[in-house]
Design a binder for this molecule. Structure first.
Ligand SMILES: NC(=O)c1ccc[n+]([C@@H]2O[C@H](COP(=O)([O-])OP(=O)(O)OC[C@H]3O[C@@H](n4cnc5c(N)ncnc54)[C@H](OP(=O)(O)O)[C@@H]3O)[C@@H](O)[C@H]2O)c1
Length: 255
């Protein structure tokens, strides 16, 4: 496929590299900042532009990968007639593109993407189209980038986006708070890395609830009390610890 990417941030950068590596042609990268457009374009043998008027009419697919809040504003500037246009957001309706073209959809990468990634991780895609044919076409395109592709409408995609926030953003936030806790006490946070990796990888062996360990799971209230004493000077972390311990207790009371 011939592809035009609109955006030059984390998602546009990773997608451009994946699309290029899969043998598709990235014709242009558009960004509101010409330098950003050219920097990304240079990495995938494309042309960088910053004017919507200069968009190629020869692409098969236009991918909007700008911040969620900027999608409606950019979509309103696009008049692509029958050319296929998609966005990449988890929580933005497909219908935001309905006035940009007769053919539109979504390609949502269910992965945490960062510009600086040198090794591209596996990226599952949730795809949607305004007709069955468009959905099938986008499904095939996504399959050329990844072996994990599913069709998902706005509602399913939003639910998966929420799930992604829970398992990725929230766990990472706990890592960040714990790293601070360790640094303040001159404890080596890096010693916890093998534990973090082991617990995440264990999900390949069974469901998360069955893999739960720790004092709240064991009903070890003595240890929990000792931990709470340690957290007396940190109200925020203490509240989180109590909340999460209670959530674990509740889950296993139910079972
Ligand atoms: N990163 C992820 O892990 C991830 C995963 C799945 C889906 N997504 C989705 O991918 C999309 C892009 O996210 P991202 O992570 O790539 O964001 P990002 O790294 O912050 O990049 C945002 C891009 O949007 C452009 N932009 C911001 N405001 C704009 C405006 N008013 N007009 C035109 N362009 C504007 C920025 O241009 P400048 O370079 O000029 O600032 C930049 O190219 C979002 O819909 C997001 O939900 C992201």
């Amino acid at each position: 496929m011939n592809v035009v990417l609109l955006g030059s941030g984390n998602t546009a950068t990773v997608l451009a590299k994946m699309i290029h590596a899969a043998g598709h042609a990235v014709l242009q990268v558009w960004s509101r900042d010409q330098l950003h457009a050219e920097e990304l374009a240079a990495q995938v043998n494309a042309i960088g532009i910053n004017s919507i008027n200069d968009l190629s009419k020869d692409a098969d697919l236009y991918i909007i990968a700008v911040s969620d809040t900027a999608i409606p504003e950019l979509a309103a500037k696009l008049q692509l007639e029958r050319k296929l246009v998609v966005h990449t957001a988890g929580s933005v309706s497909r219908e935001v593109l309905k006035n940009s073209s007769a053919n539109y959809g979504v390609i949502y990468p269910l992965q945490s993407l960062r510009k600086g990634m040198t090794i591209l991780p596996p990226v599952p895609f949730l795809v949607d189209g305004n007709t069955d044919d468009i959905a099938a076409l986008l499904h095939d395109f996504a399959l050329s980038l990844s072996d994990k592709v599913q069709l998902a409408n706005d509602e399913t995609r939003l639910q998966m986006h929420l799930a992604a926030v829970m398992v990725s953003n929230f766990t990472n936030h706990l890592y960040a708070l714990t790293e601070d806790f360790c640094n303040e006490r001159k404890l080596d946070f890096q010693l916890l890395h093998p534990l973090i990796i082991e617990v995440a990888c264990r999900l390949d062996q069974g469901n998360a609830a069955d893999m739960q360990t720790g004092p709240a799971r064991r009903g070890d209230e003595e240890t929990i009390k000792k931990h709470l004493v340690l957290l007396e000077i940190d109200e925020h972390l203490r509240d989180l610890y109590q909340e999460l311990s209670e959530s674990i207790r509740k889950l296993y009371r139910k079972k």
